[in-house]
Design a protein around this ligand. Structure first.
Ligand SMILES: Cc1cc2nc3c(=O)[nH]c(=O)nc-3n(C[C@H](O)[C@H](O)[C@H](O)COP(=O)(O)O)c2cc1C
Length: 321
């Protein structure tokens, strides 16, 4: 079985990928989407979006990272994909699921699912352009307004030459509203000849067992659940290995919070980025860990990175001595 960390624009950037893959359980991760319009990105831009390219396509912990592209101009996407490969990318994924109105207005992301022949053309064009040893994969939702073209789109991606497919089990219109329709991942898995990864609403080990059973997939992608419960992948791996499942206690999570903040500071020493990312993460974790609410409250009104660091140290000391 394989566990993949989901691409999440504005959430799983290189720092979050670094942290979550250090904690363990993940076999692969995917970059946030890199949007392709009419230009060709420079080496600097690729390295900014996916710094793992400069590290043998691996996170610090050694987990492979795939570069995800989002766009609709197949020819220019192919030119950009080749450039990414020239600068070191080893695997390319194509986004057919983004629901953002700006992206959809420019014919990118989930809106492409209205036209399976365009999906096919994009995959085919990239497959033809890329060297044979570079794997090309696709990630889709079940459709735009409804699921009527789900199988056709999945076949378009597979027949276009993708070697694997991830399915987020919702349409664009369904947004992130529960439930995810895991049974549709099974229908797709049975319709295509390539391996399918199931994705959507896995927040607990129990959910993981549910998606695996309903979809029949051996490969599962974790998104928000992995950010809210940072050892979710590790718990799943422990379970799959037949080991005792040892959920992290909050002392361990507190250490990860401090490490995350340090990694954010190392990336950008200004105040905004590290403070905003920490608050964003705590805001998600407090839904799972009551203790995270206390940490969130302690930093909520702080704006200076130095003050946040002091608050984290103080909290850690007062709780754990
Ligand atoms: C904030 C956010 C950003 C996302 N950005 C991307 C993206 O860049 N590329 C992509 O393919 N999917 C993106 N997604 C979708 C996720 O990869 C995933 O399919 C979705 O969140 C469902 O999985 P989950 O329920 O485990 O979170 C994003 C989702 C969220 C919540």
């Amino acid at each position: 079985m394989q566990l993949l960390l989901a691409p999440m624009q504005g959430l799983t950037d290189d720092v979050m990928r670094d942290l979550l893959t250090r904690i363990g359980g993940f076999d692969e991760c995917v970059s946030e989407f890199v949007r392709i319009t009419h230009t060709v990105h420079s080496r600097q831009t690729w390295l900014k979006y996916v710094p793992e390219i400069g590290n043998g396509n691996r996170t610090f912990a050694g987990v492979p990272c795939t570069v995800q592209l989002l766009g609709s101009d197949a020819e220019n996407m192919a030119v950009n994909a080749l450039e990414a490969v020239r600068f070191g990318a080893a695997k390319i994924d194509l986004n057919f699921g983004c629901p953002a109105p700006t992206v959809n207005k420019h014919q990118g992301g989930a809106v492409l699912l209205k036209e399976p022949q365009r999906v096919y053309h994009i995959v085919k064009t990239l497959r033809a352009a890329l060297p044979a040893h570079i794997p090309l994969t696709g990630k889709m939702r079940l459709g735009f307004e409804d699921k009527s073209l789900a199988l056709e789109n999945a076949c378009a991606i597979a027949e276009g030459g993708a070697c694997a497919l991830t399915v987020h089990a919702r349409t664009k219109v369904e947004g992130y509203e529960p439930p995810a329709h895991w049974i549709w991942v099974r229908k797709i898995r049975e319709a295509v000849a390539v391996p399918v990864t199931a994705n959507g609403d896995v927040f607990t080990l129990q959910d993981y067992l549910g998606i695996k059973q309903e979809s029949g997939c051996e490969s599962v992608m974790l998104g928000r659940g992995a950010v809210m419960r940072p050892d979710l992948a590790r718990q799943i791996k422990q379970y799959e290995r037949g080991e005792a499942v040892m959920a992290a206690d909050f002392a361990e999570i507190m250490a990860w919070i401090r490490l995350f903040f340090d990694l954010c500071l190392a990336k950008e020493a200004n105040n905004k980025y590290p403070v905003a990312r920490l608050k964003q993460w705590l805001g998600m974790m407090k839904r799972v860990y009551p203790e995270a609410q206390g940490v969130f409250d302690a930093v909520r009104t702080l704006e200076e990175a130095g003050d946040v660091q002091k608050a984290l140290e103080h909290l850690n000391h007062s709780i754990y001595g």
